[in-house]
Design a binder for this molecule. Structure first.
Ligand SMILES: Nc1ncnc2c1ncn2[C@@H]1O[C@H](COP(=O)(O)OP(=O)(O)OP(=O)(O)O)[C@@H](O)[C@H]1O
Length: 406
C-alpha cells in the first residue's frame, strides 16, 4: 500500500485567540477516541499539524472517519520518505502512477521547510518533475491549471508527498466551546441542529420527552438511533436524557386551553431542560426550530415559549428553509431515521387551531391555575432515564434521581 500517513490540518484554531494548546490537546483526544477501532495507528504532532501514522492500516476507512470530525479543516493521505532526493523522486513517481484516472497534466509544488536540505524548492520542482515526466510518457506540465498538483513537503524528520486535499468537518473540536442540552425530537430538524452544535465545538447532551405508553418503544428506539448517530460525529459518548412527559401533558390538557396547549407543553419542556442543564453543567439549550414552520415557531410563539428559561436558546436552523434542512439531514445520515413514522409526544395533543400569537399573560395565568406543576416538573426530572451512547451502542443506563450511578 502506498499511503502510510494522513496529514490532519486544523484551521479554525489558528484564527481563535484562545489557548491553542488546549484546543490541540482536545483535538488529539478526539481523534484518538474516534480512531480506537483502527487499533494500530499512531500519532505525531509537528508545526500545528497532526500526522496519523497508519502502521499498515488501509487509508480509506481512517480518512473517512477523520473527515467527519470537527475542528479538522482538511486531510491528505501522504507517502512519507526520508528527506533524500532519490527517495523523494521515487515516491513522487509511484504516487503519480497510482492515480486511478491517469492525468494529462501536472505540476510539482515543493515546500522546503527544512533549510538543511541541499536543494532549493525551485531546484526540487525541476528535479522531481523531470523525473516523473521521463517515466510517464503522456504527461505534460501545466503550471497554471494542472489536473494534479503534486505537493512535496520537505521537513527535517521526513518528506511528505501527496496530491489530495480532502475537506473535513471544519468548526471546532469537540467540547471546546462549552456544553448545551439539545432538545431532540424524532423529527428531521433537531438532529441537524445537534450536528451544527457539535460542529461549533459544543458538547451536546440530548433530551427527549416521551409519553409512554401513548408513544411507543419504537419511537424511543428512533431517538436512540439519532443520538447514536450524533455521537459518531463527536467521537465521544453522548448522554441521552429520556424524560417521562405523560403526566404533565395529561394535566396540561385538562385545562382545556386547546389553542395554547403546545405553548404550555414547550414551556414545561424548557423548564425541565433548564433543571437538567443545571445538574449537568450545561449553559444553553439547542432546539431545531425554524421560523414560520409551524404555529409554535412564529416569532410571537418563540417569544412566549422562550420566557420559560433564562438560559440562552440556540436555534441554528432558525433562518433555514425546510429543503435546506432536509439536504443537511441527508448529508449527515439522519434523514432516513427521522422519517420513520413513529409518533412524537406533542403530535398526540395537537389542537385543531393552535395559536400563532399566544399571549404571555394568559399563558402564565393558565400555568398558575396548576399549583402542582412545579412538583410535576421536579418529578419528571427525577424520573428521567439517562442513556450513555456511543457509535457502537448503549454503554450505560441510569436514572437522573440516582445519586451514585457512576
Ligand atoms: N418530544 C420532544 N423531545 C425533545 N424535544 C422536542 C420534542 N418535540 C419537539 N422538540 C423540540 O422542539 C423543536 C420544535 O419542534 P416541532 O415539533 O414544533 O418542530 P419540527 O420542525 O417538527 O422539529 P423536529 O423536526 O426537530 O421534530 C424541535 O426541533 C425540538 O428541538
Amino acid at each position: 500500500m502506498l499511503y502510510d500517513q494522513i496529514i490532519v490540518r486544523y484551521g479554525d484554531l489558528t484564527m481563535k485567540g484562545r489557548n491553542r494548546n488546549q484546543f490541540e490537546k482536545r483535538m488529539l483526544q478526539q481523534v484518538k477516541q474516534a480512531l480506537v477501532p483502527f487499533g494500530s495507528v499512531s500519532y505525531f504532532k509537528s508545526f500545528g499539524r497532526l500526522y496519523v501514522r497508519l502502521n499498515g492500516q488501509p487509508y480509506e476507512p481512517v480518512a473517512d472517519r477523520l473527515k467527519d470530525l470537527f475542528g479538522i479543516t482538511t486531510i491528505s493521505p501522504v507517502v512519507s520518505v526520508q528527506s533524500e532526493l532519490e527517495e523523494i523522486r521515487a515516491a513522487a513517481l509511484s504516487l503519480m502512477q497510482s492515480i486511478e484516472k491517469p492525468p494529462a497534466t501536472f505540476k510539482v509544488s515543493v515546500k522546503r521547510a527544512w533549510k538543511g536540505f541541499p536543494h532549493s524548492s525551485q531546484e526540487m520542482n525541476h528535479l522531481v518533475g523531470g523525473h516523473v515526466l521521463r517515466a510517464m510518457e503522456n504527461l505534460k506540465v501545466d503550471v497554471r491549471k494542472p489536473e494534479i498538483e503534486l505537493k512535496v513537503d520537505i521537513q527535517e524528520e521526513g518528506t511528505y508527498v501527496f496530491w489530495e486535499i480532502i475537506q473535513a468537518g471544519g468548526g471546532f473540536p469537540f467540547a471546546t466551546n462549552g456544553k448545551v442540552m439539545l432538545l431532540l425530537s424524532g423529527g428531521i430538524d433537531s438532529p441537524v441542529a445537534g450536528w451544527m452544535a457539535l460542529r461549533k465545538g459544543l458538547e451536546v447532551e440530548a433530551v427527549h420527552f416521551h409519553s409512554y405508553p401513548f408513544t411507543s418503544e419504537k419511537a424511543k428506539d428512533k431517538v436512540v438511533d439519532l443520538a447514536t448517530r450524533l455521537s459518531y460525529f463527536s467521537g465521544a459518548p453522548m448522554k441521552l436524557h429520556l424524560v417521562p412527559f405523560t403526566d404533565i401533558q395529561t394535566r396540561l390538557a385538562q385545562q382545556k386551553s386547546d389553542n395554547i396547549i403546545i405553548t404550555l407543553m414547550r414551556r414545561a419542556m424548557l423548564r425541565i431542560t433548564d433543571k437538567l442543564a443545571e445538574r449537568n453543567g450545561a449553559n444553553g439549550i439547542v432546539t431545531g426550530e425554524s421560523l414560520g414552520q409551524v404555529a409554535s415557531q412564529t416569532l410571537a410563539s418563540m417569544n412566549v415559549i422562550g420566557r420559560a428559561t433564562e438560559l440562552p436558546l440556540l436555534k441554528p436552523l432558525v433562518m433555514m428553509d425546510k429543503q435546506e434542512i432536509i439536504r443537511e439531514a441527508e448529508k449527515i445520515g439522519t434523514f432516513e431515521t427521522s422519517i420513520l413514522p413513529y409518533e412524537d409526544c406533542c403530535t398526540l395533543f395537537l389542537p385543531k387551531s393552535p395559536s400563532t400569537n399566544p399571549n404571555l399573560r394568559v399563558v402564565e395565568k393558565v400555568e398558575a391555575l396548576i399549583p402542582e406543576l412545579d412538583a410535576m416538573i421536579d418529578a419528571a426530572v427525577e424520573g428521567t432515564e439517562v442513556l450513555v451512547l456511543t457509535p457502537s451502542g448503549i454503554q450505560t443506563v441510569h436514572t437522573e434521581g440516582e445519586d451514585d450511578w457512576f
